[in-house]
Design a protein around this ligand. Structure first.
Ligand code: ATP
Ligand code: MG
Length: 283
C-alpha cells in the first residue's frame, strides 16, 4: 500500500526555456547556491541528454530512469539518486537513442516514480527540474502537473526566438487543465549584456510573468564549466555568483508569495507585432 502523503515541505521549481538558452546552467547554479546556503537540494534532469548533473559529477553520466525502465541497468529507482560533494542530490531521466522512442516518456515516468516513492515530499528544501523548452510532447509538461504548488520559471535571453519559446511555454502553462500553475518568473540569461531592459520588462508585464532576475553573459561561467564546476564553487565572489544568489532569493520570494494574476500569453501574431514594434527581432 502507498504511504500516506505528507504535506510538502520544500519548494519545487521547474525551469523551461528554449534549447541552448542556459536552463542547465541556471538550474545547476541555483542548486549549488541553495546547497551552499545549507538547504537540502534535489536536482532533476529532464532532458534526454542527461547533462544536468555534469557540473556535480565531473562529467560522469549517471544511470538514468530510461536506462532502468529499458533494462539497461539493474537498479532500483532509489539507486538512481546520486549524492554529490556539493551537497546536491541529482537524478537524470535520460532518454532513448536519437530518433528512437520518446524522451518525454522518461520525464513522465520520473514524475510517476516520485509520486510513488513520496520523494518530492521527503524532506528536500528545494527540488529543481531542468526541463526542455521546445515542448515536443506532453511528457515534458508532467513536472508541472504532478504534486501541487510547483512553480514555473522560464529562462530566456533577449533574443526574439528565445522570447518566442517563452511565450509558447506561457501558453502551455495557461492551458486550463490540471492544478493551477503559478508563474514564478522569467529568468533573463542575457546573450548581449547591453540588451534593452525596458523592452524585456514590457514583455514580462504583457505575459504577467515577473522578472525573477538577470544573469549577464560572463566568461567566468564558461571557465567554471570547463573545470566541471559552477561559479558557486569556482568563483564564489564573482559577479555571476552574486547574480545567481539574487535570482535564488527572488525565486524563494516568488514561491512563498506566487503572483496573483494569471499568465497571459500572446497569440503568435501579437507576439511578432510586439517584437517588431520594439525592433527586438534584430537583437
Ligand atoms: N550567462 C552565461 N554566460 C556565459 N556562458 C553561458 C551563460 N549561460 C549559459 N552559458 C553557456 O551556454 C551553453 C549552453 O547552456 P546550457 O547547456 O545551460 O543551455 P540549455 O538551455 O540547458 O541547453 P539545452 O537546451 O541543450 O539543454 C553552455 O556552454 C553554458 O556554459
Ligand atoms: Mg540543458
Amino acid at each position: 500500500m502507498k504511504a500516506a502523503r505528507r504535506p510538502k515541505k520544500g519548494m519545487t521549481i521547474i525551469l523551461y526555456g528554449k534549447g541552448g538558452i542556459g536552463k542547465t546552467t541556471v538550474s545547476s547554479h541555483l542548486a549549488a547556491h541553495f546547497a551552499r546556503s545549507g538547504k537540502r537540494v534535489l536536482l532533476l534532469g529532464c532532458d534526454p541528454k542527461a547533462d544536468t548533473s555534469t557540473r556535480f559529477l565531473s562529467g560522469r553520466r549517471p544511470p538514468t530512469i530510461i536506462d532502468m525502465v529499458g533494462g539497461r541497468v539493474e537498479k532500483k529507482f532509489e539507486d538512481l539518486l546520486t549524492r554529490t560533494e556539493a551537497g546536491v542530490d541529482v537524478m537524470e531521466t535520460g532518454g532513448p537513442e536519437p530518433g528512437v522512442g520518446c524522451g518525454g516518456r522518461g520525464v513522465a515516468t520520473l514524475c510517476q516514480f516520485l509520486e510513488g516513492h513520496g520523494l518530492e515530499l521527503s524532506g528536500y528544501d528545494v527540488t529543481i527540474f531542468d526541463v526542455l523548452g521546445d515542448l515536443v510532447c506532453g511528457g515534458f509538461v508532467a513536472p508541472l502537473r504532478f504534486g501541487s504548488g510547483n512553480c514555473l520559471f522560464i529562462v530566456s535571453s533577449e533574443e526574439a526566438a528565445s522570447l518566442f519559446a517563452a511565450n509558447n511555454i506561457a501558453r502551455m502553462a495557461a492551458r486550463p487543465f490540471g492544478p493551477p500553475i503559478s508563474a514564478g518568473g522569467l529568468i533573463l540569461n542575457l546573450r548581449d549584456n547591453s540588451a534593452p531592459r525596458r523592452a524585456l520588462a514590457e514583455f514580462a508585464a504583457r505575459l504577467h510573468i515577473p522578472i525573477a532576475g538577470v544573469i549577464a553573459r560572463d566568461k567566468v561561467i564558461t571557465e567554471a564549466e570547463e573545470k566541471g564546476q559552477t561559479v558557486i564553487s569556482y568563483a564564489p565572489r564573482s559577479r555571476a555568483a552574486a547574480q545567481f544568489a539574487a535570482v535564488a532569493a527572488a525565486i524563494a520570494k516568488r514561491v512563498a508569495a506566487p503572483a496573483g494574476k494569471a499568465i497571459t500569453p500572446m497569440s503568435n501574431e501579437a507576439f511578432w507585432a510586439f517584437i517588431r514594434a520594439r525592433r527586438m527581432s534584430s537583437l
